[in-house]
Design a protein around this ligand. Structure first.
Ligand SMILES: [Zn+2]
Length: 481
């Protein structure tokens, strides 16, 4: 925590001098947030709402939420034995000094202490931090102290002096934003067209300073807020703001009222793109799979359509493992099965069918690779070569590569694909009187030996290298000179 430059110290003093000049609706705003800091106290017979003191009977259990039938607010239920309880929330007020927008952080602390049995909260709101927006200056006052990895705000002491806050961990910048004065504050700034009122109401507590710093330079941020797609505005960086609706959102414009009504999130939009139906029930259902499942669902959808996936899940009480199902569909499609046919689309025993098909695909891929290798051999056989001691010839099959790997303790078998598709050529160099016994494994690219290894990836001996040099010069490169 360090020294504050004179420029900023002056500005802090200006704000301090306005200490009693809060915007006219600030009190109402505080009052609204304060309403959240209440409980339903469950007693024998009638329970009581700490907000309005209304007494009523609830069947719900402790630690569940209950709507008060009188004030209509929903609160957590706690037992009458509860002695102490408290809520903390940050409130954010924007201020402006010269051209600097300053975020002012207030903590609201509400404490429940039932020793006097009056079921009441007392609360306190104090300012404890300020941020000069986009200037990288954060300050805190004497109320702030460190408590392990968190900061603690004392409500009992005077604010004292401001000091720079330079700790690695944040002081907890999320809070409720007061929007009553934003028009005034944003006047003559980059934010002059930005109306955050509905957004703040919808989104509630969040790190607004960071939001503006990180998202507001995306032109799409303002556009999304104007469109009242508030939750998508949080992902403004993922949207362009040019082209038609379909280009921006990946769904046609007829979905807009639906998207707005549910204020959909980014992952819900992804699901909507797959589904292309105005059915929030289905969107939420798909969105319930873990956050990494989108690509998997997309592939499943490409194979059979997303409705078929939902149908199949229902047939199996939602217990279908989507990753196994996706793999199964991939195998089935590779094997040329008709996925319009229910028998293939909706296998009874998915795991069993998956494993069977996995094997078939493996065998089939092996056959395909061996066919490709056989074709390559027609080309590479002419490079076979021998002298009195050694012989060298191209690998003839996957089995050949596997055998070489076993004998040599190397990984040449993993080259099968590259070999089959002509990305590299694999040759075996052996003694002429022991052609079945591995000696040197050789990789060739563009008619040049790029790797030659004996058992356990050791370098070949001199006379072996000499043979390879001779082979490269006389055979591999000869035809091309
Ligand atoms: Zn109430």
């Amino acid at each position: 925590m360090g020294y504050i430059k004179k420029e900023f110290r002056k500005k802090l003093e200006i704000i301090d001098s306005r200490v009693n000049e809060f915007p006219e609706n600030w009190k109402n705003f505080v009052q609204e947030i304060r309403k959240n800091h209440n409980l339903i106290i469950k007693r024998k017979g009638k329970s009581i709402c700490t907000n309005c003191k209304h007494e009523f009977i609830t069947n719900k259990k402790v630690n569940k939420y209950q709507k008060c039938p009188n004030c209509k607010n929903t609160y957590l239920i706690k037992s009458a034995h509860l002695k102490k309880f408290w809520f903390r929330d940050n409130l954010i007020l924007l201020d402006k000094v010269e051209k600097d927008i300053v975020f002012r952080y207030f903590q609201m602390w509400s404490a429940y202490d039932n020793r006097s049995m009056n079921y009441e909260f007392i609360d306190s709101v104090v300012e404890f931090a300020r941020i000069f927006h986009k200037r990288d200056i954060e300050v805190v006052n004497d109320r702030v102290s460190r408590c392990q990895c968190h900061i603690y705000v004392s409500h009992l002491i005077n604010p004292g002096k401001w000091r720079e806050y330079t700790r690695n961990y944040s002081f907890g910048k999320s809070g409720y934003l007061y929007t009553g004065n934003l028009k005034e504050i944003f006047k003559d700034t980059d934010y002059k067209y930005l109306d955050l009122r509905d957004f703040a109401k919808r989104v509630g507590t969040m790190d607004y300073e960071r939001l503006l710093r990180c998202k507001s330079h995306y032109p799409s941020f303002e556009m999304l807020i104007k469109l009242k797609l508030y939750k998508l505005a949080l992902y403004a960086d993922r949207f362009g703001n040019y082209g038609n609706f379909n280009k921006i959102f990946g769904v046609s414009k007829e979905f807009y009222p639906f998207m707005k009504r549910y204020d959909i999130t980014y992952s819900q939009l992804q699901m909507l793109r797959l589904l292309k139906q105005k059915d929030m029930h289905k969107v939420r259902y798909l969105d319930n799979f873990d956050e990494y499942s989108f690509d998997t669902l997309k592939k499943i959808s490409d194979y059979i359509g997303i409705d078929n996936f939902i149908k199949y899940q229902k047939m199996h009480k939602g217990k279908v493992n989507i990753h196994i199902y996706k793999d199964y569909l991939e195998f089935a499609s590779q094997m040329g099965f008709d996925l319009k046919n229910k028998r293939y689309k909706f296998p009874d025993d998915l795991n069993k069918r998956h494993n069977e098909l996995e094997k078939s695909v493996e065998i089939r891929n092996r056959e395909l690779l061996n066919e490709a290798i056989a074709k390559r051999l027609e080309l590479l056989n002419k490079n076979s070569y021998k002298d009195k001691k050694f012989i060298i010839f191209a690998a003839k099959s996957i089995e050949d590569l596997e055998d070489e790997s076993m004998q040599q303790g190397n990984c040449v078998r993993t080259y099968a694909k590259d070999y089959a598709f002509g990305k590299s050529d694999i040759y075996f160099m052996r003694l002429i009187n022991a052609k079945d016994k591995s000696l040197v494994t050789v990789e060739v690219k563009d008619n040049v030996v790029i790797q030659s290894k004996t058992k356990y990836n050791r370098e070949p001996e001199k006379k072996q290298l000499k043979f390879l040099e001779k082979w490269q010069k006389n055979i591999l490169q000869k035809c091309y000179i």
